[in-house]
Design a binder for this molecule. Structure first.
Ligand code: FMN
Length: 381
């Protein structure tokens, strides 16, 4: 892991992760749905934004902090939920939670995470829980109760996964459920001894929150691509209302693209939402998150905390998202690549890169505090 310091941007960490991981697993993390149009567009939307920097502002000291749900975060960023990640490195979820805690930002555990709700709570940082609406209602509501008992601050209900997106890299790489080494993928596996040794030492990572569910095993290799088939596609706004009654903490919906949906969430009493297309892994052709953001922020930004995810790879992206109306961003792959490249140190490296770039972008834009970032920094189209 000595070469982590050589990673000067997130793309470097992505390349290091790619080198360490079997292709089937790297592609499961990296890929999107179908033609990956939305995956690409999430990035392009950031690249299209042009800024109007201010000059001759005293930016010797700048204040990166922001408040999220009444508590301070060291920068406008939280780690978003990513399921199944132990397949790439045992302990990945815990490593991300520890890195987030040390950095002073919230960490989101995914329902199909490879650490239990309780194990993440033991890390002791700010923690949010992402809920998948799996078919078994009693089971999913038990997850909600466990998150409450374990002191989770927020529940993020993911609403863009009525059915799993068609991710074509997975079947092409033989990453199907159950995942069993055949002649084709065994070469893939044996060519990555570092990864293999870690898995051999730690044992097969488990999707610990599915303990007691109807799956015959919780091993990530057995259910990673099966979880998407377990979603209750019949849930609607009525059920969100029920969750609002069940959960006293902060309630967010994750995966919103439309103003009318954002309005509905506000009317039900959600505290926040995440403008998101699941990192381009669900509906291919869905609007880029950043393009959907301004209208939603205008409509509900004064009533709810508006977050954005999808395509954040640079610190300046955080500034752009704030200028377009987000309170903060979530990152999925950026820190995931970090943790795959180098465990907790790699996750920390990813956060350092993003924070360093964000601070530099603030100084170059002539803004002294996150709170001062607004639409006046955007160049007219
Ligand atoms: C490997 C992987 C697993 C994911 N698992 C989940 C999940 O279990 N629940 C969820 O709500 N979102 C999940 N997501 C979506 C992320 O929370 C987030 O919306 C997305 O990664 C943001 O885009 P970015 O990766 O470009 O930052 C996953 C994303 C990736 C890359």
């Amino acid at each position: 892991m000595g070469d982590l310091s050589k990673a000067i941007n997130i793309e470097d960490l992505r390349r290091m992760a790619k080198r360490r991981l079997p292709r089937a697993i790297f592609d499961f993390f990296d890929g999107g749905a179908e033609d990956e149009t939305t995956l690409r567009d999430n990035r392009l939307a950031f690249e299209r934004v042009r800024l109007l920097p201010k000059v001759l502002v005293n930016v010797a000291e700048v204040d990166l902090r922001t408040r999220l749900f009444g508590h301070e975060a060291s920068l406008p960023l939280a780690i978003g939920p990513t399921g199944g990640i132990g397949a790439g490195r045992p302990g990945a979820d815990l490593a991300l939670a520890r890195a987030a805690k040390a950095f002073g930002i919230p960490y989101t555990l995914a329902t199909p995470g490879t650490a239990s709700i309780e194990a993440i709570a033991e890390v002791g940082g700010r923690r949010w829980f992402q809920l998948y609406l799996v078919r078994d209602q009693a089971f999913r509501e038990k997850l909600v109760a466990r998150a409450r008992d374990a002191g989770y601050e927020a529940l993020l209900v993911t609403v863009d996964l009525a059915v799993s997106g068609k991710r074509e890299r997975d079947p092409r790489n033989g990453f199907v459920t159950p995942y069993r080494p055949g002649w084709r993928n065994s070469r893939d596996i044996w060519s990555k001894p570092g990864w293999l040794l870690d898995i051999a030492r730690a044992g097969l990572p488990q999707m610990a929150n599915f303990e007691g569910y109807k799956f015959s095993s919780t091993a990530v290799t057995d259910i990673a691509t099966a979880v998407g088939r377990e979603m209750d596609a019949s849930v609607d706004w009525e059920y969100l209302r029920r969750l609002r009654d069940l959960w006293q903490g902060k309630l967010l919906i994750k995966g919103v693209a439309r103003v009318d949906d954002a309005e509905r969430a506000a009317a039900i009493g959600c505290d926040g939402l995440v403008v998101s297309n699941h990192g381009g892994r669900q509906l291919d052709g869905a609007v880029a998150s950043l393009d959907a953001l301004p209208a939603i922020a205008r409509a509900v930004g004064s009533r709810m905390t508006v977050l954005l995810d999808g395509g954040v790879r640079r610190g300046v992206d955080i500034l752009k998202a704030r200028a377009l109306g987000a309170q903060a961003v979530l990152v999925g792959r950026a820190t995931l690549f970090g943790v795959m490249a180098g465990g907790e140190a790699g996750a920390t490296r990813a956060l350092e890169i993003l924070a360093g770039e964000y601070e530099r972008a603030m100084k170059l834009c002539g803004v002294r505090a996150s709170a001062d970032i607004g639409p006046d920094l955007l160049a007219p189209k």
